[in-house]
Design a protein around this ligand. Sequence first.
Ligand code: ZN
Length: 383
Amino acid sequence: MGPGDPAVDRLVGFRAMGAPVLSAYVGVPPDPSEIKGVHARFLSVLQPVRDMVESDAFTHAQRESLRTDIDRVLEVASRATEMHGHAVGVFACRLADLYEEVQLPKPVRNRAIVDATPYVRPLLEVLDEAHRYLVVVVARDNAWFYEFSLGKLEAGTRVKGRHQRKRDYGGWNGFDEYHARNRAEELARRHYRETAAVIEEMLATTAAELVVVAGHEETVAEFLALLPRALRDKVVGSFVVDPHTMTPGRVREQADDVVAGYELREETRLVADVLDRVGSRGLGAAGLRWCLLAANEKGIERLLVHDEREHPGRTCDRCGWLGLDDQECPVDGSPTRPVPDVIDEIASVVLASSGRVEHVFTDTRLETLGIAAFLRFPVPAPA
Ligand SMILES: [Zn+2]
């Protein structure tokens, strides 16, 4: 995604003069038996927009445009069974002739937003995340490299990876086949080392940071045993596949499972780590009030948000202060204005100061706290 991809570039650069853009993100359950609830989910995500359309905020033309756009987003629900992503992002503005639909490889917060520009931040976050994984299928004399990419898109729109390679395997980008055709058994070890070197090079030159290894069980074991320690630490899991009969779809499905399992463990670990820091008065903050203090001091290095947690709050347009109730900015005395979701505002501040934002979808202690943060410097808890 990003620079170079026409669809994403169009979304990022899109400005509609006087035309409202509807951006919607809706989760799609991976289990087809749950698909019945999808239409209801789309309806509930879009409800605030439907209410708003009937308000006086729009001209007749804008209202008509939004109504069409809402219908187009609802139509996506009927195609949800064909989607293999975990969520879908839709960006529509009939007045300005915009329609893009993007399947996302992991869950995002459900939401619908109307603005003068497409709301692309969640999309960019997910795309960045998706490129963290490199999948390597190893045989004794050959190796295949795959990189995470977005799922196939409906309606002819595709958003592809930043590191698009020569072949497109329908959602997965096949890497140049690495032909080290060492047929002799005793050369297998050399082939494994060469493969490891290619992986190291790819980790250094692409956005990939983590590795999934696949192949016959014994091959995977041999290969993993030969990896240098530093590289071994980057392997998040493995799965069994027969390289002679594998299909890109099957590889993707199994890699998805491995990655999902890893992310679940990782989320649990992150929450435990941040709460450890809070408990030991280290560089951690927990709960909305404390995280607001830390965000106002630009002290958040990594923000953890439970699932789709939202909370109304207030902001000062003059200095950017964020808070819950103050009608007057405590920094400069300007009048503050309400924001529908102050957690989202905190996330923006964190991203703007080169921090990271993680949404935790697993059940952890974060569920009661809502949000927590790894800090750059100590920020005392609120009184
Ligand atoms: Zn202020």
